[in-house]
Design a protein around this ligand. Structure first.
Ligand SMILES: C=C(O[C@@H]1C=C(C(=O)O)C=C[C@H]1O)C(=O)O
Length: 104
């Protein structure tokens, strides 16, 4: 059985998860919006920008007493998965444009 203290810790974790997921959802929507400003599939991945983001979040982790290697691992996984979705968004956007050009 969980002690009172463990229950309190878990309650705090639950609250943080709610905030984290809301922010991740916000980030995800922005990443998908970025697709509308790209001209080809190579632009979607934007590896130089990914490295900028990784360097930035590692610094933030350091400042907050968190292992930057953990943050890097999490961010690389998240960004890779988001890029997959951004690619789908880009494909849809391109094919809609093609449909319009063909006067569908
Ligand atoms: C959002 C963008 O698209 C992709 C997603 C990124 C991210 O999740 O931070 C960064 C670069 C791109 O791989 C972008 O180009 O800025």
């Amino acid at each position: 059985m969980a002690t009172d203290e463990l229950v309190q810790i878990r309650n705090q974790i639950d609250e943080i998860d709610e905030q984290v997921i809301k922010l991740i959802a916000k980030r995800y929507k922005l990443v998908k919006q970025a697709a509308y400003h790209k001209t080809n599939q190579q632009d979607v991945a934007a590896p130089a920008r990914v490295e900028q983001v990784i360097a930035k979040v590692k610094k933030i982790a350091d400042k907050n007493g968190m292992q930057s290697s953990i943050v890097e691992e999490l961010y690389r996984k998240m960004i890779a998965r988001f890029i997959e979705e951004e690619r789908k968004e880009f494909e849809e956007f391109v094919s809609l444009g093609e449909m319009k050009n063909n006067e569908w």
